[in-house]
Design a protein around this ligand. Structure first.
Ligand code: NAP
Ligand code: GFB
Length: 325
């Protein structure tokens, strides 16, 4: 009788895992297995920066397996502004979840890193062996070091106690239930929200930076399936990159063009080059993933973007918009 606790279960990636587990046929490749109980916990179920609240959450659900997604998460501009919060909140959350998993005998933990943890100056493409080979990009070193410490902790728990604690490394993620608050949003939800407001108010659509940086984006529902696959099949302490192929890198300008099309915006569209571009690129190789998972169909970018914009327009009133009108 397995109990799978998904921390951060109320967020972008958590909601996608819940959607897949609840819609895929029971017993299928990405579906729920008979006898499994899945628990999706948000911060209302317990502030994981607090050890006592973390312990209480684990005592309540007695998880056998944990998919640990909970984190202080934000886009480039939020990371640049709140480096200490992104470091400290995430160090506290990660240590409480891993140590409570250790104390309560959890059989497996999959934590979630990000390709922004990698060194800024390293030979591309990024692969699973290069995480600690240099300084992260200055724009998000707080978040990056907190996430790197998860990999260090996993190896220490393995060495000292033989625990099966591992981690996944997604690229930039997008999809339904994203964070659209213009201050803290990532580029896709941020630009979808800005484009929607520009269309609604007849104002210019302004993209931050030069539009030249390159990014790889994975659809939250594809990422969700890969987390479920890892839960069932991946028992190595070494992290695993979860991403589309590195040839799928797109420029921020291409992303903005696709959003203009998806939202149906016909007005003026400019770049605010006074805003930061952040890291120019962080191309990640999914060679190890494909060598293990075999055949996996990623959702085409434009289809995934259309579905995400449709969800945003249909759920605007309840979505995390930070209430900018
Ligand atoms: P998100 O939408 O912002 O969701 C964050 C989740 O963490 C929410 O469920 C939130 O709960 C929970 N949480 C935050 N602080 C908490 C606290 N102190 N105690 C308990 N729960 C807390 O984030 P996401 O995009 O789904 O990210 C999920 C994971 O993927 C994170 O580990 C993130 O670092 C990683 N990641 C994300 C991206 C991306 O592009 N989004 C890329 C790479 C990796 P409430 O909503 O209830 O507050
Ligand atoms: O998604 P994003 O915030 O994160 O920004 P990063 C990506 C690129 O989009 C940057 C440009 O080059 C931004 O200049 N951009 C243009 C915008 N307009 C906007 C906008 O309105 N909002 C935002 N947010 N960006 C983050 C890390 O880096 O990647 C985090 O800081 C996290 O820690 C995340 O790991 C996945 O890809 O630059």
């Amino acid at each position: 009788m397995s109990v799978i606790l998904v921390t951060g279960g109320s967020g972008l990636v958590g909601k996608a895992i819940q959607y897949v587990i609840e819609t895929e046929p029971e017993g299928s490749r990405f579906g729920k297995k008979p006898g499994e109980t899945w628990v999706f916990a948000g911060s209302a179920d317990g502030d994981l920066r607090d050890q006592a609240q973390t312990k209480k959450l684990f005592e309540k659900y007695k998880p056998t397996h944990v998919i640990h997604l909970a984190a202080l998460v934000g886009g480039l501009f939020a990371n640049m502004k709140y480096k200490l919060d992104f470091l400290r909140d995430n160090v506290l959350i990660n240590d409480n979840v891993l140590h409570t998993s250790h104390l309560t005998g959890v059989k497996k933990v999959i934590s979630c890193l990000s390709t922004c943890v990698y060194p800024d100056k390293v030979e591309y493409p990024l692969d699973e062996t290069k995480i600690h080979l240099g300084l992260p990009h200055d724009s998000n070193f707080g978040y990056a070091y907190a996430k790197r410490m998860v990999d260090v902790s996993n190896h220490a728990y393995k060495d000292q106690f033989g625990h099966n604690f591992t981690s996944a490394i997604p690229t930039n993620v997008f999809g339904p239930h994203d964070n659209y608050d213009l201050e803290s949003a990532h580029v896709i939800p941020g630009l979808v929200h800005k484009c929607y407001l520009a269309k609604k108010n007849g104002t210019p659509f302004v993209v931050g930076g030069t539009g030249k940086p390159l990014r790889q984006f994975i659809y939250s529902q594809d990422l969700a399936k890969l987390f479920i696959w890892m839960l069932r099949n991946y028992d190595d302490v070494e992290p695993l990159i979860l991403s589309v192929d590195e040839t799928e890198e797109v420029s921020i300008k291409q992303v903005a063009d696709a959003i203009v099309k998806a939202v149906g915006f016909e007005g003026e569209y400019t770049f605010d080059t006074a805003r930061a571009d952040g890291q120019f690129r962080k191309p990640a190789s999914n060679k190890k993933l494909l060598s293990l998972v075999g055949d996996f169909q990623f959702t085409p970018f434009e289809q995934a973007l259309d579905e995400s914009v449709k969800w945003f327009l249909e759920n605007y009133d309840t979505a995390r918009t930070g209430k900018q009108q």
